[in-house]
Design a protein around this ligand. Sequence first.
Ligand code: GDP
Ligand code: GDP
Length: 469
Amino acid sequence: MPRKSPAVVLVGRPNVGKSTLFNRIAGIRRAIVAPIAGTTRDVISQSVEWQGSVFQLTDTGGMFGASEDPLHALVAARGRRAIETASIVVFVADAVEGKLPADDEVAAAVRAAGKPVVLAVNKSDDKRAQAGALEFHQLGFEPIIAVSAEHGRGIGDLLDEVVRLLGPPSPAAAERDPADPGPAGGEPARLGRHARDERPTETAVAIVGRPNVGKSSLVNRLLREERVLVSDMPGTTRDAIDTELMWRRRQFRIVDTAGIRRPGTVARSGAVERVSAMQAKRAIDRADVVVLVLDAVEGPTDQDAAIAGAADKAGRGLIIAANKWDLMKASGPGASRAFDEELARQMKFLDYAPVLHLSAATGERVPKLLETIDRVADARRRRVPSAELNRFVTTVTSAHPPASPGRREVRVMYATQVAVAPPTFVFFTNVATTFHFSYERFLVNRLREAFGFAGSPVRIQVRARTRRR
Ligand code: GDP
Ligand code: GDP
């Protein structure tokens, strides 16, 4: 039965670029300029499809401000009706002008409607304008997407957010899972528990490591796990084969398995290390979560640390799999601890990565690896609600304020999460400053503890709070 498609409504004060954005999204090159005065500011609608989701995009025109306009009351009333019928409100603001009182007026109306909101800060044409977008965090809406309607920037990100808020295209999609073991086993879909995690439908996993550590054995073992459903996917290049697997209703894609599933394909002379380093790099670039496989008997090496560092730098989730643990059994009960200590020494600052002692040969703790990948993928996309974050700022930074190198005492006023994957936070201070490396580490570690970012890099930036006008 065909259902009416949900309504996505653009609102904002005049001149922020709503109609430009509308035209950009609707794919209409020419501006919608009607000959009769006032009609451009009437409500116009267009059906839009993005990532399989269909919605009705509506531009409310100038429903706020410009009160001498005789049409204003009429248009405003129509605008408010449009908001009432909206499934999602796209609140459009202007990065160049910054936050004006009229934006607060719009914010109040939008808040009163109680609909999910995406704040699109338009005219973010360049880096400078993008920095101006930060003050809009004060409005308290999340997420905030910087866009440039004129240059077509950030439009995909905006639509991704809209579609994410709309939910899956049809409720039937969730039932299509062929791996569903039925009521007898498996877990129910865990959508509710992860409502705050902005998780795409699929997690891309790179399994990387030096030659002979057991990557192929581990991949083959994963694919033989109970209740794992496997299919090969041609990748983007001729030699990149991805393997899809479904586990507990979660979809994973192991990237670039061409090289690792056929053991011995590159095992020739000194070229081996170089080829594997290149493969690792390519796989990391395409992944959400990186599983670095080590040979537990050999212990971590410089090359392992280099791969882990690359994953961190690329902002990917990281898990260390100490493989061949079956051979470590003889080393006694202190072996895990000794191994982990050596690892911590070898990979300083990567201590956020969970370490699993497992065996591809026996299968020991391999199911735990899937579970950990799942957890790390969630952590990497977690968004902390503003209120919780500001509570965190108050407690943590009042007990441990940053150093004040100048004459004025440095205080952290508030913080905001500007991105996920990896989680990125901006800390706003009363005066322009930078945090000492050790203080950054301290904040990152507290953020991890408070919000559970295990396995994911966490980035922080510092900005002086701006006071405009
Ligand atoms: P509306 O009143 O909110 O519908 O705003 P319009 O779409 O009519 O745009 C107002 C003005 O902003 C126009 O002059 C647009 O060309 C300009 N504008 C719209 N989008 C952008 C953008 O991304 N960057 C810049 N620099 N200007 C934009
Ligand atoms: P790759 O080059 O990283 O893909 O490594 P392979 O999967 O080809 O494994 C290299 C060698 O290590 C093979 O001889 C495997 O049988 C062996 N191996 C892999 N995993 C384990 C394990 O968990 N325990 C033991 N004892 N041997 C393993």
